[in-house]
Design a protein around this ligand. Structure first.
Ligand SMILES: Nc1ncnc2c1ncn2[C@@H]1O[C@H](COP(=O)(O)OP(=O)(O)O)[C@@H](O)[C@H]1O
Ligand SMILES: [Mg+2]
Length: 330
């Protein structure tokens, strides 16, 4: 069976105007505008099954929003193809939008001066949502997102977290089976983030809504997704599980050892030693690759040759690993 969403070798380049400085530059630019090419997405491919939830993570400018815009039919890829269910998003835009939900964290689709609920009524009319579907969804989402207290307030009076929740509901009133979220937690406080994450997870689990969301917050991914795609400078760097990242890239281990006395450390296999400064303690960090050094061997060696007070072993932090993947170090 073919996958629900199929993205094949998709690329998108923007033309960015490069105007020389000053008034002469401005005039020259009027007659012979200079452009520079910016490859926002480069040959990206992936597939998603129905009901799956996928997190797109990458630093600022990585190409996440561009990818979401192409998936939701707002932008046309320059190269490659995108199919979502039975649709070609950009080419069948009009029919397609009725089947998807899109949330852009940085751009609201609500009416600034109207109470939240009035904006929803407008959307109900625009999308011609049947009354019973609308009521059922609205009641359920207000409850799940705890929105009772501000549903009748104008959007401009809401906090960012409240506004985001209101926007999420707006994109779901027509019961789409596919939802794209672009940075749904951006600028939201810790508690608000958790509410949004729980909601996204619940919606995916209960209603089997297929979801793709982007974030630059690793916590969003850790708390919601089983699968993630890491994107940097437009290219896909990784596609798989969080655990897979640990297995593939997290092979460095560090052993922090506290000694009873100051001592010289003799070289041992491929282990690197770093002095650690801590007041009143003599500590050193031993760094090694899991495949090259066996922990038991290292511990035995240390315990037989040195007077040791304490030992701690740490795995690399997932944030650190992802930064390494961004940085192209691995
Ligand atoms: N409409 C546009 N015109 C020109 N350049 C753009 C446009 N949209 C995005 N870009 C550029 O493409 C790159 C990727 O942007 P974007 O997809 O917004 O990244 P992200 O969402 O991961 O932060 C950035 O370098 C950005 O400046
Ligand atoms: Mg973005």
């Amino acid at each position: 069976m073919s996958e629900f969403i199929e993205v094949e070798n998709v690329s998108k380049t923007f033309k960015v105007s490069r105007r020389p400085a000053g008034i002469p530059g401005m005039i020259a630019n009027l007659f012979a505008p200079k452009y520079e090419k910016k490859e926002a997405v480069k040959e990206v491919s992936f597939q998603i099954g129905q009901g799956e939830m996928l997190g797109f993570i990458g630093p600022n400018g990585a190409g996440k929003s561009t990818m979401i815009k192409m998936l939701s039919g707002i932008l046309c890829p320059d190269k490659g193809s995108i199919r979502v269910g039975e649709f070609l998003p950009y080419r069948q835009r009009k029919k397609y939008v009725g089947n998807i939900g899109v949330v852009f964290g940085q751009k609201s689709q609500l009416q600034w001066d109207l109470p939240v609920q009035d904006s929803y009524e407008l959307l109900r009319a625009i999308y011609a949502i049947p009354e019973d579907t609308y009521q059922k969804n609205l009641n359920q989402f207000i409850d799940m997102l705890n929105m009772g207290a501000f549903i009748n307030q104008p959007v401009r009076q809401l906090s960012l977290g409240q506004r985001m929740r209101a926007d999420i509901v707006a994109s779901l009133l027509h019961s789409p089976k596919i939802v794209f979220f672009d940075e749904p937690t951006i600028g939201v406080d810790v508690v608000g983030k958790q509410v949004i994450r729980d909601f996204i997870k619940e919606l995916n689990r209960k209603e089997q809504v297929t979801m793709i969301f982007t974030t630059h917050d690793m916590q969003d991914i850790e708390k919601t997704c089983e699968r993630l795609i890491i994107i940097d400078q437009g290219s896909k760097m990784y596609d798989g599980s969080l655990q897979g990242i640990r297995e593939k890239y997290g092979t460095t281990r560090q052993l922090d050892v506290e000694f009873n006395f100051e001592c010289e450390i003799a070289p041992f296999h491929h282990v690197k030693v770093q002095p650690l400064k801590e007041e009143g303690h003599i500590k050193k960090r031993f760094i090694y690759e899991q495949g090259q050094v066996h922990i038991n061997e290292l511990m035995n060696h240390l315990l037989t040759h040195y007077s040791i007070r304490d030992i701690n072993i740490t795995e690399p932090d997932i944030d650190e690993l992802i930064c390494k993947i961004y940085g192209g170090e691995v």
